[in-house]
Design a protein around this ligand. Structure first.
Ligand code: PLP
Length: 390
């Protein structure tokens, strides 16, 4: 059976060149990068090289990049680390109601420990309003955290405008750029962000590696303790193969960025047109201000979970919302925040394309999708009742 992977927002296949770059660092170059001998020095050099690549990709300096275990950890260090460092200045944070759970759950933890969090709403397209950010800032606000692009419905936030507001008020701005990094051009000075999270496995790198950008002079405390690695902000023996893999993945992303964007945008728009041609199927998220690889739809009178399972039987891998909440039957907090009702939110489907998605993949999905929807609707009591009434 044909298989089509359309879940690149959950994770991506590791690029063969990334694997090739990593392999020597498992063996023979397995030294601990903190060791003084030759084995150690080879690891250290590889880390320094990767740090330069990541820094250059976002217009930062190498000493502003800290390697972490991924997007989740970067988000945790950013929020908890700033909260801890600035607790005497204030205990108020601003974020949005559509953030990834790595942000929302960290905010919930902070709320239990004496901090206050404002969750900004979004409009029907999933966009945060810079005016709302401005209005939410208080004298005790210490951090604003707004994701660059949403992992569920792909909306791209007006981050530079938010950055200007944060700067004018002297409040730090963090962004979770896990979904946008490698696809959208990112310059930390143009966006005026002080902290930025990124992850390896969303850009054809390995899982379990990521980075946090921290602008020089930004106050942030570590949230774990041990050795002196990553200038004590993220102690623990460095994941040298992972860091090398992240570096190579970033290099490839920068080389291929424009070609990837063009390829994914064209196929995405073809997929959107094909899927929304089915009656009662609507697109969620801003039609233009969205990630090149993201399609999010609501299919009325059908459960998202049934759709996923039926498509999986036909070899098509998609998801509902984020991989982290799949398995729970709660409707997406993102779609609910955009004002969708529970029926629409429950019938939502996310299809995310990648550099390896082909035209034939998209044609196959467009062919199979109407059959699967028709079959499921035929079994839906609600749909049948409405049909009889018409
Ligand atoms: C995947 C993802 C994360 C988590 O990154 P990990 O490297 O898997 O921990 C955080 N934020 C967003 C927006 C993501 O898409």
């Amino acid at each position: 059976m044909r298989t089509v992977y359309l879940d690149h927002a959950a994770t991506t296949p590791v690029h063969p060149e990334v694997i090739a770059a990593m392999l020597p660092y498992f063996n023979p170059m397995y030294g601990n990068a903190s060791s003084v001998h030759g084995f150690g020095r080879k690891g250290r050099m590889a880390i320094d090289n990767a740090r330069e690549i990541v820094a250059q990709a976002i217009g930062a300096q190498p000493n502003e990049i800290y390697f972490t275990s991924g997007g989740t950890e970067s988000d945790n260090i950013a929020l908890m680390g700033v909260a801890e460092a600035l607790r005497e200045k204030g205990r108020h944070l601003i974020t949005s109601s559509i953030e990834h759970h790595a942000i929302l759950d960290t905010c919930a933890y902070l709320e239990k420990h004496g901090y206050e969090v404002t969750y900004l709403p979004v409009d029907v397209d999933g966009l945060v309003s810079p005016d709302d950010v401005q209005a939410a800032i208080r004298p005790d606000t210490i951090l604003i955290s707004i994701g660059h692009a949403n992992n569920e419905m792909g909306a791209i936030q007006p981050l530079a405008e938010i950055g200007a507001i944060a700067k004018a008020h002297g409040v730090y701005l963090h962004t979770d750029a896990v979904q946008s990094f490698g696809t959208l051009p990112i310059d930390v000075n143009e966006l005026q962000v002080d902290l930025l999270s990124l992850s390896g496995h969303k850009i054809y790198g390995p899982k379990g590696i990521g980075a946090l950008y921290v602008r020089r002079g930004t106050r942030v405390r570590p949230i774990q303790f041990g050795g002196g690695q990553e200038r004590k902000l993220r102690p623990g023996t460095e994941n040298v193969p992972g860091i090398v893999g992240l570096g190579r993945a970033v290099e490839l992303a920068m080389e291929e960025r424009e070609a990837r964007v063009e390829h994914m945008t064209r196929l995405r728009d073809k997929l959107i047109a094909g899927l929304t041609a089915v009656p009662d199927v609507t697109l969620n998220g801003h039609p233009e201000k969205r990630l090149p690889g993201n399609v999010n739809i609501s299919v009325k009178y059908v459960e998202g979970e049934s759709l996923i399972l039926s498509l999986d039987l036909r070899g098509i891998a998609v998801s509902s919302g984020s991989a982290c909440t799949s398995g729970s039957l709660d409707p997406s907090h993102v779609l609910i925040a955009m004002g969708l009702d529970h029926l629409q939110a429950h019938g939502s489907l996310r299809l995310t394309l990648g550099r390896d998605t082909s035209e034939a993949d998209i044609d196959y999905v467009i062919e199979v999708f109407p059959e699967v929807v028709a079959k499921l609707r035929a079994m839906s009591p609600l749909y049948n009742r409405l049909e009889r009434e018409e």
